[in-house]
Write a protein that binds this ligand. Sequence first.
Ligand code: PNS
Length: 165
Amino acid sequence: MTKTAIYPGSFDPLTFGHVDIVERSARLFDHVIVAILTNAQKAPLFTVEERIEIMREILKPRFANVEIDVFHGLLVDYARQQKAQVIVRGIRAVTDYEYEFQMALMNRRLAPGIETVFMMPAENYSYLSSRLVKEIAELGGSVAGLVPDIVEKRLKQRFKTGITE
Ligand code: PNS
């Protein structure tokens, strides 16, 4: 039986921490769907189209069994629709635990057949987050080594022009 995993998130923007989790997932599962949440309530820095473009450029050439998609609504409904057995989440520090624990158990209640699997990124990415990357870039700091080059370039462009949406 094909093992399909969904790796959901906002990916605004993609960091090396995310790439690390994709790599680990691609080794464990036959098919990995990296699924970007389209959330009307959140004001993202990059549009969904931009995030797809970035992810295609970075992930497609490296991982043959990884697909990029977009979802809205409940994650478990999307996972069922994709016939995925697993939801992958990256977990960094203890501070991630409470939110992830709540979400995993709520998802299990909604869809008992779908298992959440937590993975830890390499320790040098354990303090990395999209939120901090955006903040550093906006304030003129260097995000080299934290995000792929294409993300770094786009962050520079974005904050140079002052356009944040
Ligand atoms: O990268 P993020 O922003 O931490 O990812 C959060 C995400 C997308 C996994 C979460 O917000 C989600 O699954 N949203 C979809 C709506 C949903 O299913 N909500 C109930 C969760 S128990």
